[in-house]
Write a protein that binds this ligand. Structure first.
Ligand code: NAP
Length: 512
C-alpha cells in the first residue's frame, strides 16, 4: 500500500508510523496511508518563513502570477490522472472530480490574470496619498505589504484540489509562503497535485509546503506574522481560534465552517414554468453533486405554502431516477460519502430531521453492504413548524428539507445563524428588494437565479471573482473575491512623513 509523503523543508518526507488508512469509499478498499508523525513541524514552518517568504517578496505581482499560471498549466497536463484519483479516493463521479480539479485550475488562472493586472509592483499602494494638516509636505499614504510569516492552510476533505489551489493562489500572489494541510481522508489527490508542482519546478524553495497526515500541534507554532486559514467543521474552527498562542500573538485566522444554505422559491415562481424548472434543476444538482458534501450545497428549501405539494412530488420524481453507486460505473450519477465517519454523521443528522419532519424520499439506511452510500433524501415540514433540527445543524450529505413559508421567508432563512450563500428564484422586484434586505447581512453571497442566464453555475459554485465565506455559523471568514483575497495576507500600514519621501517609497508598489 502506498505511503503518502509530505513536502516540507524542500524535500519529500514520510511520517515515521503507518498513520491513517485512506480508502476507496465506494468499495472500502484500502488505498494508502498517511502519517505526519516524526515530522518537525516548527522547522517546516520556519523553512517556509525564511526561504519561501523572501523569495516571493522579491518577485513582482506579475512574476508571482506567472507562477500561478505555471501551476494551472501543470494541473491541466495531469488532469486525467487527478480526475482518476478523485474518483478513487474521494468517491467522486467523473463530473464531481472535474468540479474539484477544474475549479482548482480556473482559480489559479484567475489569480494569475490578477497578477498580470497588478503588474510590476511588489506591494499595494492603497488609495491616494493625503495631505495631513496645513503643510503640503505633511503627507500620509496607506500601503499593504506582504506579512513576513507563513500562511497555514487547513482544508476540508471535500475539495482536495480546489481547497489547496484557491487558498494558495491568494497567498502566493500576495507574496506569502504557504504550508497546506489537506484533510487526511482524501489527501491522495492533494499530494499528487503537489508532486506535479514540485516535478515541474514551478515555485521558489519554501514557497509551498504540504503536510499530509494528522495536524498534530501545527497551529500551536504560529506567531505574530503568520496567518491561519481553516476550512472544516465549526468545532475545529472554534478550537483553533481559542489556542493560547493564536490569541496571544493575534494570529490572523480565517474560518470557513458549517453552513445551512437556503434556496427560496419566490411567490411569483408558481407551480410550473421556467423559474420552477430552474429551481428544481439547481436543487437536484446540489443534493447529488459530491453526494451533497459541498459547503455551498442547498440544505433548506423555502417554498410558498400553496406550492409545497407540487414541489415535493416533482423533486421526489426527479430523485427517484437517480442512479447511486460506484463512480467507476459510467451510469452512476451520485457516489458515496467520503468515509465511514461521514456516513455515521449524516445518518445521525437524518435521524434528527426525521424526529421533527416527514420523510419524502431516501432515508438513513445504507444502500449497499459495502461502501458509504445513502440515497438522496428529502424531508418536509408542516407550515409553521419550529423545525429546530433543520436550522440547528448542517447535515453534510445528500439531504434537504422543504419548509413552507407565507410572508416570513427572510426570517426563516435568518434562523440558519449565518450561511455562505442563499439563492432566490423570483422576478418580483419588490419581493426581491425586501428579501435581499432581510437576508443579505446573514450571508457572504446572495444568488438570484434566472432561467435566461445561460449555463448558470448555480449557487453551489464558488467563483474566484466573488467572495466566499459567511458570518456566524459559516465561520465569519472571507476568501476569494478577486483582489479582496490578498488583504488577509497583507499588512496595511500608514506611512506618514514628508511628501516626496513617502511618494518615493510608494513607487515600488501598485496603486489600486
Ligand atoms: P474537521 O474535522 O474540522 O476537519 C477539517 C480539517 O481540519 C482537516 O484537514 C483536519 O485534519 C483538520 N483538523 C482536525 N482537527 C484539527 C486540529 N485540532 N488542529 C488542526 N487541524 C485539525 O472537518 P470535517 O468534519 O472533516 O469536515 C466537514 C465539515 O467541513 C463540514 O461540516 C462542512 O460544513 C465544513 N466545510 C466547510 C466549507 C466552507 O468553505 N465553509 C467547505 C468544506 C467543508 P484531518 O483530516 O487530518 O483530521
Amino acid at each position: 500500500m502506498q505511503q503518502l509523503s509530505s513536502y516540507v523543508g524542500g524535500q519529500w518526507v514520510k511520517g515515521s508510523q503507518g498513520g491513517q488508512t485512506l480508502v476507496n469509499p465506494a468499495t472500502e478498499e484500502p488505498l494508502a496511508s498517511a502519517s505526519s508523525e516524526g515530522i518537525d513541524l516548527a522547522a517546516a514552518l520556519e523553512y517556509a518563513r525564511t526561504k519561501g517568504g523572501p523569495a516571493l517578496r522579491a518577485l513582482s505581482f506579475a512574476e508571482r502570477g506567472a507562477i500561478l499560471k505555471g501551476m494551472a498549466d501543470a494541473l491541466q497536463a495531469a488532469r486525467d490522472e487527478l480526475l482518476a484519483l478523485g474518483m478513487r479516493n474521494c468517491g467522486n463521479t467523473r463530473s464531481d472530480a472535474k468540479f474539484d480539479v477544474d475549479g482548482a485550475i480556473a482559480t489559479l488562472l484567475a489569480y494569475a490574470e490578477l497578477g498580470t493586472q497588478l503588474g510590476a509592483g511588489k506591494f499595494i499602494v492603497d488609495g491616494d496619498g493625503l495631505q495631513l494638516g496645513r503643510s503640503p509636505r505633511s503627507h500620509g499614504q496607506h500601503v499593504s505589504v506582504p506579512r513576513h510569516g507563513v500562511a497555514v492552510h487547513i482544508n476540508a476533505f471535500n475539495f482536495p484540489a480546489w481547497g489547496l489551489a484557491e487558498k494558495a493562489a491568494a497567498a502566493l500572489l500576495a507574496g506569502v509562503p504557504v504550508l497546506s494541510k489537506p484533510a487526511t481522508a482524501t489527501a491522495m489527490l492533494a499530494q499528487r497535485a503537489m508532486q506535479v508542482f514540485v516535478e515541474n519546478k514551478l515555485l521558489p524553495e519554501g514557497a509551498l509546503s504540504l503536510l499530509v497526515g494528522a495536524p498534530r500541534d501545527l497551529a500551536q507554532h504560529l506567531g505574530a506574522q503568520d496567518v491561519l486559514a481553516f476550512t472544516g467543521s465549526g468545532d475545529t474552527g472554534e478550537h483553533l481560534r481559542a489556542l493560547p498562542n493564536v490569541m496571544r500573538h493575534s494570529v490572523r485566522v480565517n474560518v470557513e465552517a458549517d453552513s445551512l444554505n437556503a434556496a427560496v422559491l419566490g411567490p411569483d415562481a408558481g407551480a410550473s414554468g421556467d423559474m420552477l424548472e430552474l429551481f428544481l434543476k439547481e436543487v437536484v444538482r446540489d443534493i447529488t453533486q459530491k453526494a451533497g458534501q459541498k459547503c455551498t450545497a442547498i440544505r433548506r428549501l423555502l417554498v410558498p405554502a400553496e406550492h409545497v405539494a407540487t414541489l415535493r412530488d416533482d423533486l421526489a420524481g426527479l430523485l427517484a431516477g437517480y442512479k447511486v453507486g460506484n463512480p467507476a460505473d459510467e451510469d452512476v450519477r451520485m457516489g458515496p460519502l467520503t468515509n465511514a465517519a461521514q456516513l455515521a454523521d449524516v445518518r445521525e443528522g437524518i435521524g434528527r430531521l426525521g424526529a421533527q419532519g416527514t420523510l419524502v424520499t431516501g432515508g438513513a439506511q445504507p444502500l449497499f453492504p459495502k461502501g458509504y452510500f445513502l440515497a438522496p433524501t428529502v424531508f418536509e415540514f408542516a407550515p409553521g413548524a419550529q423545525a429546530d433540527a433543520v436550522h440547528a445543524r448542517e447535515v453534510f450529505g445528500p439531504v434537504v428539507s422543504i419548509l413552507p413559508y407565507a410572508d416570513d421567508a427572510a426570517a426563516i432563512v435568518a434562523r440558519g445563524g449565518g450561511s455562505l450563500v442563499c439563492s432566490l428564484y423570483s422576478e418580483d422586484a419588490a419581493w426581491l428588494e425586501d428579501t435581499v434586505a432581510g437576508i443579505a447581512p446573514h450571508h457572504g453571497r446572495v444568488y438570484i437565479g434566472h432561467p435566461k442566464i445561460e449555463l448558470s453555475p448555480g449557487p453551489g459554485t464558488v467563483l474566484p471573482q466573488l467572495v466566499h465565506g459567511g458570518p456566524g455559523r459559516a465561520g465569519g471568514g472571507e476568501e476569494l473575491g478577486g483582489r479582496r483575497a490578498l488583504g488577509f495576507y497583507l499588512q496595511r500600514v500608514a506611512l506618514q512623513g514628508s511628501r516626496p519621501l513617502i511618494q518615493g517609497l510608494a513607487k515600488a508598489g501598485t496603486q489600486v
